[in-house]
Design a protein around this ligand. Structure first.
Ligand code: TXA
Ligand code: MG
Length: 329
């Protein structure tokens, strides 16, 4: 059962948990976040596991200061102006990633963009002390509403996490506003703690609304979907195919695979989740026409892994339009 500690007494314990790759529920000015080291794939997998999320949606990376933000993402003059005006605060900016930024691909669901936000209060101090970005979705189990008190977090996620840092009721009480900067234009991806009008006043332009396509989940799937075809539940490998393996026993013909990566030798789904995007990308780079994927169990994180893989396997034109909004919070 999670321990609840007041902000004044929680810093060292929170740092120790984060250092060990564990997750911590923290207050921010918007809602409570379930935070983990954004550079550690197993820590990020633990976030999804604790939330019981059936999907790997991209998460917001929380940063402590502009310098940390610049190390992670590429800012254009407009996004810089918005960051200056609204950070720290409830504004999240979706920006191109800086190559080699060390952020684990599970944070961004393999996208080449990243959502960044600088929170106020304890969260900001914690990130500054930790020295690395924290991935943090809202601290509630999948399908439930976001938690705005430490008690609500503990009641929901208590059995699955070790620490809830209690900063009282979150002042904004609603998630951050998410903006995507699209070459000189701004798209509102999620209304939130900062009103669109306030942003328009600073930016000197109207916000575009609705998903631009790439943000839609179906597109998201095909966006990182390999150039290679993906074949699921493979019991055998055809010569020339690449193999995405799982566990100890291999699909028949594995020795003839053009390339081989194992999501987890020991069959650990948390490890498998943390390896998923990097291994898919790696096998795709092998140039194989098809990536055969061994069966992966559906329990725990297996559901989200299978969801992502089936999206990667789906032909683009088979992606149903109703998918287009269902990964919005
Ligand atoms: O106020 C908040 O934003 C809270 C606190 C904890 O900071 N966090 C939060 O995170 O609401 P979460 O994971 O519940 O929402 C993250 C959302 C995703 O559902 C998606 O809409 C968007 O951020 N997102 C993240 N990365 C993205 C990307 N690369 N492109 C487009 N949208 C992205
Ligand atoms: Mg949420």
């Amino acid at each position: 059962m999670a321990e609840i500690r007041a902000v004044g007494e929680a810093m060292e314990r929170a740092l120790a948990l984060l250092e060990s790759g564990d997750v911590v529920a923290i207050p921010t000015e918007t809602v409570y976040g379930l935070a983990g080291d954004a550079t550690n794939g197993v820590a990020v997998a633990r976030i999804f596991e604790a939330k019981g999320r059936p999907r790997f949606n991209p998460l917001i990376a929380h940063i402590a200061d502009p310098a940390m933000a610049e190390r992670i993402a590429l800012f254009d003059p407009l996004s810089e102006r918005l960051a200056q005006a609204f950070w720290p605060g409830p504004l999240t900016l979706v920006l191109p990633q800086r190559p080699g930024n060390g952020i684990h691909p599970l944070v961004t669901a393999g996208l080449d963009t990243i959502a960044l936000r600088m929170p106020k209060g304890f969260g900001g101090e914690l990130i500054a002390r930790f020295g690395r970005a924290l991935a943090a979705p809202s601290a509630n189990s999948s399908g439930r509403i976001s938690a705005t008190t430490a008690e609500a977090v503990a009641a929901d996620l208590g059995p699955r996490i070790k620490l809830v840092v209690d900063g009282g009721a979150t002042p904004v009480g609603l998630e951050s506003t998410i903006l995507k900067v699209e070459t000189g234009k701004l798209r509102l991806l999620r209304p939130g703690g900062i009103a669109a009008g306030e942003i328009e006043a600073v930016a000197g332009m109207k916000l575009l609304r609705g998903a631009s396509g790439i943000e839609a989940p179906g597109m998201l799937a095909s966006h990182y979907a390999p150039g290679a075809a993906v074949r699921l539940n493979a019991a055998e490998v055809t010569p020339g195919e690449a193999l995405l393996a799982f566990g100890r026993s291999r699909a028949e013909g594995w020795r003839d695979a053009a390339a081989l990566r194992n999501l987890s030798e020991t069959g650990d789904l948390r490890e498998a989740a943390s390896n998923l995007f990097a291994h898919l990308q790696n096998l795709d780079r092998s140039g194989a026409r098809t990536i055969a994927v061994e069966p992966i169990p559906f329990d725990g994180l297996g559901e989200a892994i299978n969801d992502r893989l089936s999206r990667a396997a789906a032909p683009r034109d088979k992606i149903a339009p109703r998918d287009k909004m269902d990964w919005a919070p």
